[in-house]
Design a protein around this ligand. Structure first.
Ligand SMILES: *Cc1c(COP(=O)(O)O)cnc(C)c1O
Length: 359
């Protein structure tokens, strides 16, 4: 038997979530498939979505060129924009849409020896304080793009810092700042990421940019949104119990010996570890589904395996199916226990085969 660990990727669930995101937002939506589609496999996800999706977004040029090489003809937006003139030349050849968010990128276009046809998303910093032109510079950045004679279309965009906080007024302030900065400018608008789509209907404009929502993880705090129930999980991170042993009272388990058996404890060894992307910081008590029932992780997660307490599941044993996250265990819950976010866990899945299916 080969190692029984894998990530099943349900492409129907992905399509369902994309259509849900677009319906909630209205208008059009770029499916954000950067970082290998948050660990789900960018090419396969793009192929599964290309009939429905209005376009895709990735972080940088190479991620886009891999999609083009795989035959994806849809619009592809490069969210980080380009790093140098050679990348701009490549972006023209690949017919990519590009974000322009700082002065050097603007100058790159002005000095570009080629002419015409660039499709630019001009990014304003409306309050995140990270990428984007400050509001006072938006008008001149826009005017310089127009004057360059190299841009056929400009979409005006911004990005929210705190859209996953329903009680913060930061998003309302960003909306106001963006409206002021773009009042005089022509072009479509794009504001919302997943949290914007779910939490801030007032932010809906021409284009949404859903990412984590596509993969079925609700970025809003638990219980704040009814629509969480309508999302379908896309990745099912699975393995099996491959060995069982019993600890006597007082026996220590695993690296560091931090877990000490307080009762006679049946321990199941599961063939997934942090080298596969399961978070090492997931503590004792993190839920793991074994044959459909929840058992607690115990002891420290190692590189190639982790350990679960099977004492209350006498039927479980070698060969029992284990779900690390997916249908029975929410990736958000594992992330919360490990002190991180679902984004990071999904992006980190590696070393296990990705197995694609439609349900
Ligand atoms: C990654 C990214 C998104 C998608 O964010 P989610 O929170 O995953 O929906 C949208 N817009 C930009 C600019 C991004 O970088």
């Amino acid at each position: 038997m080969t190692r029984p660990s894998r990530a099943r990727i349900n492409l129907d669930a992905l399509r369902h979530n994309y259509l849900l995101a677009r319906r909630l937002h209205g208008g059009r939506a770029l499916a954000v498939i950067k970082a290998n589609a948050y660990g789900h496999g960018a090419v396969r996800c793009a192929q599964a979505l290309q009939d429905e999706a209005d376009g895709f977004a990735v972080a940088f040029l190479k991620e886009a060129s891999e999609l083009r090489a795989a035959g994806i003809l849809s619009p592809i937006l490069v969210l980080e924009g380009l790093f140098d003139a050679a990348e701009l030349a490549a972006a023209r050849i690949l017919d990519l849409w590009i974000v322009v968010h700082h002065e050097a990128q603007l100058r790159m276009i002005e000095r570009d020896p080629s002419h015409g046809a660039l499709h630019v998303w001009l990014k304003a910093d409306s309050g995140m304080g990270r990428a984007g032109f400050c509001l006072a510079d938006m008008f001149s950045a826009y005017a310089r793009l127009r004057a360059s004679g190299k841009v056929e279309e400009i979409v005006l965009m911004t990005h929210f810092a705190r859209a996953d906080e329903p009680d913060s007024d930061a998003t309302t302030q960003q909306l106001r700042a963006f409206a002021a900065a773009t009042a005089e400018l022509q072009g479509d608008h794009s504001l919302s990421n997943s949290a914007g789509i779910l939490g801030w209907p007032a932010a809906s404009r021409d284009w949404a940019r859903p990412g984590i929502l596509l993969y079925g993880a609700d970025p809003m705090p638990m219980g704040s949104m009814g629509s969480g129930a309508a999302l379908r999980s896309v990745m099912h991170f699975e393995s099996q119990v491959f060995a069982v042993r019993t600890l006597q009272v007082g026996d220590a388990l695993g690296y560091g010996g931090g877990f000490v058996a307080a009762r006679l404890t049946r321990v199941g060894l599961v063939a997934v570890g942090y080298a596969d992307g399961y978070p090492r910081l997931a503590p004792t008590g993190t839920p793991v589904a074994v044959d459909g029932r929840i058992a607690p992780l115990i002891g420290r997660v190692s590189m190639d395996m982790l350990t679960v307490d099977l004492s209350d599941l006498p039927q479980a044993g070698i060969g029992s199916r284990v779900e690390l996250w997916g249908e029975q265990v929410a990736v958000n819950e594992v992330a919360r226990r490990a002190g991180t976010i679902a984004y990071e866990l999904l992006c980190n899945v590696k070393r296990v085969p990705l197995v694609y299916e439609s349900s």
